[in-house]
Ligand binder design. Structure first.
Ligand code: G1P
Ligand code: ZN
Length: 543
């Protein structure tokens, strides 16, 4: 195949955020925008020549075209083999699993996760390294630096590659393997969970609804839940990956998956409900009349992990992102294992998992996972819950209430102020950094402030530092307010305010969450002077 070096102008805005480079489709469609970023990735990967690259995406608009471009560039940059999910489809956790299983050098995931898709919406590119996890910050910064100075990219003039038929084809020195996107992943799940017990649960009449939100998880959920585990046909809804996700926001939370929530709360609702996001790494867990917060879900999985065959030997440790509630800390303490507190973003779990310091990890933003992969994994969390339900034969609500009774309840919510002027948002944060210093010893929402800081993390494995990871105000009785700016948005700035209050008394476990957190919310808004600075008296999204 003929390699051409195409002259290009660098772009100055290709800095990867919390999870890869995300931009509007219109920006990605600018001539050379995608090519420049991909070349910057390849230029930042010493030793990739002759190696294998995994490639796939969540099926959103531009997925298939981008795959063709990346195949031709990978060939021109010396990769020897490319593994592509059939139809260009691979969920984020499946990419992680395929990289690990086939010992690939790395992988490119085409996704903007839970952000909307379609010609007017978002597109994204993430690079994952050989352990199957997101590129660490040193690498994303190298890629960014390269992108600002790039003068040319390498591409082959090859024919269009057929990505719709499973099989391996040679194109010159390059071998293109189109793989079944579900197979390796399903096999891994079967090795971790007791599929017989779950199948017996379904056979007993247990009813579930899984909302794939027109994202990538549909084919995985149909194969595993309906075909292998015997859940009745139709258990998986919105199960075809669509280029525009059917016009919805494919983010599994109480707002964007409200029909599912209504089903579970209805008179004849199923026993268990779950949803996943555009690229399949997030999960939402619901029982009849109950929503399990992601923070509680992590704690409950940790407390019951021994039920699942893959975790029978126990957990070496757990990890959670700083804004995630401290429910799992209580379980870790009871189990006598360490609990690590990391900055937001899955990439910070990678070293802990690789070093064998943590088995389970999770984030409040509907992300849960384990050492089976190096990404959070939506369907994995759902199967874990099913395994627990199959073993305990209790309702989701009973499991959650029993957990609170044993460990106490962490009332928890996140208030998002979206679409802010980025300068205003940055000013709010810098003022908060100063103001909070004066708070220790004073009272906030009737709690006395015990400490306040701007979270900073030193990776216990490689010593790398991450600064400015969120302003936190810690109060007595385990109340807490955290402020941080989103790193995944493509429009304006989003301020996230995380509210948490611990309640030991089980007679006070059934109260309304937003009411219980009302005073903290008000205090947060006053401390940050939100109404005055942003003109907003209410958050735009509460999860
Ligand atoms: C958000 C979540 C974070 C998650 C990331 C990628 O990032 O808060 O926990 O890892 O999406 O799914 P943020 O927009 O807050 O930077
Ligand atoms: Zn995602």
């Amino acid at each position: 195949m003929q390699v051409t070096i195409v002259a290009t102008q660098p772009f100055q805005d290709q800095r990867p955020g919390t999870s890869g480079l995300r931009k509007k489709v219109s920006e990605f469609l600018q001539p050379h925008y995608l090519e420049n970023f991909v070349q910057s990735i390849f230029d930042s990967l010493p030793g990739h020549e002759g190696q294998t690259l995994v490639l796939g995406g969540d099926g959103r608009f531009h997925n298939r075209e981008a795959i063709q471009t990346i195949v031709r560039m990978a060939a021109a940059n010396g990769f020897r083999r490319i593994m592509i999910g059939r139809g260009g489809i691979l969920s984020t956790p499946a990419v992680s699993c395929v990289i690990r299983k086939h010992r690939a050098f790395g992988g490119i995931i085409l996704s903007a996760s839970h952000n909307p898709g379609g010609s007017h919406a978002d597109f994204g590119v993430k690079y994952n390294v050989g352990n199957g996890g997101p590129a660490p910050e040193v690498l994303t910064e190298t890629i960014y630096a390269r992108s600002k100075a790039l003068t040319g990219f390498r591409i082959c003039s090859a024919d269009t590659v057929d990505i719709d038929r499973v099989g391996e084809t040679r194109y010159g020195d390059l071998s293109v393997a189109v793989i079944d996107p579900v197979c390796d992943y399903a096999e891994l799940m079967a090795s971790l969970f007791d599929f017989d017990a779950i199948a017996a649960l379904f056979a007993s009449g247990f009813r579930m609804r899984f909302d794939a939100m027109n994202g990538v998880t549909g084919p995985y959920a149909k194969e595993i839940l309906e075909h292998r585990l015997g859940a009745s046909p139709g258990t998986v809804i919105r199960g075809e990956p669509l280029a525009d996700f059917g016009g919805i926001h494919p983010d599994p939370n109480l707002v964007y998956a409200r029909e599912l929530v209504a089903d579970l709360n209805g008179p004849d609702g199923p026993d268990f409900g779950a949803a996943s996001d555009g690229d399949g790494d997030r999960n939402m867990i619901l029982g009849r009349q109950i929503f399990v917060t992601p923070s509680d879900s992590l704690a409950i999985l940790a407390a019951n992990a021994g039920i699942a065959p893959g975790y029978r030997d126990g957990l070496v440790g757990v990890a959670r992102s700083m804004p995630t509630s401290r429910a799992v800390d209580y379980v870790a303490r009871a189990l006598g294992i360490p609990c690590f507190e990391t900055p937001t973003g899955w990439k910070f779990f990678g070293n802990l998992l690789d070093a064998g310091k943590a088995t389970l990890c999770g984030e409040e933003s509907f992300g849960t996972g384990s050492n089976h992969a190096r990404e959070k994994d939506g369907l994995w969390a759902v199967l874990f819950w099913l395994n627990i339900l199959a073993a305990q034969r209790k309702s989701v609500e009973r499991i959650v209430r029993d957990h609170w009774r044993q460990y106490g309840r962490h009332y928890y919510a996140r208030h998002d102020y979206e679409g802010l002027d980025p300068r205003v948002a940055a000013a709010v944060m810098s003022e908060l950094r100063k103001v909070t210093l004066t708070l220790p010893g004073r009272n906030v929402a009737r709690h006395s402030v015990t400490a306040a800081d701007d979270f900073r993390y030193t990776d216990p494995i490689d010593g790398s530092e991450a600064e400015h990871q969120g302003v936190r105000i810690l109060m007595s009785e385990e109340a807490r307010i955290v402020f941080r700016l989103s790193g995944t948005g493509t429009f304006g700035a989003t301020l996230r305010v995380y509210l948490e209050r611990y309640e030991r008394d089980h007679l006070r476990h059934g109260l309304d969450v937003q009411a219980e957190l009302g005073e903290l919310a008000q205090a947060a808004s006053q401390i940050a002077r939100l109404a005055e600075r942003t003109g907003r008296s209410e958050p735009s999204l509460v999860t």
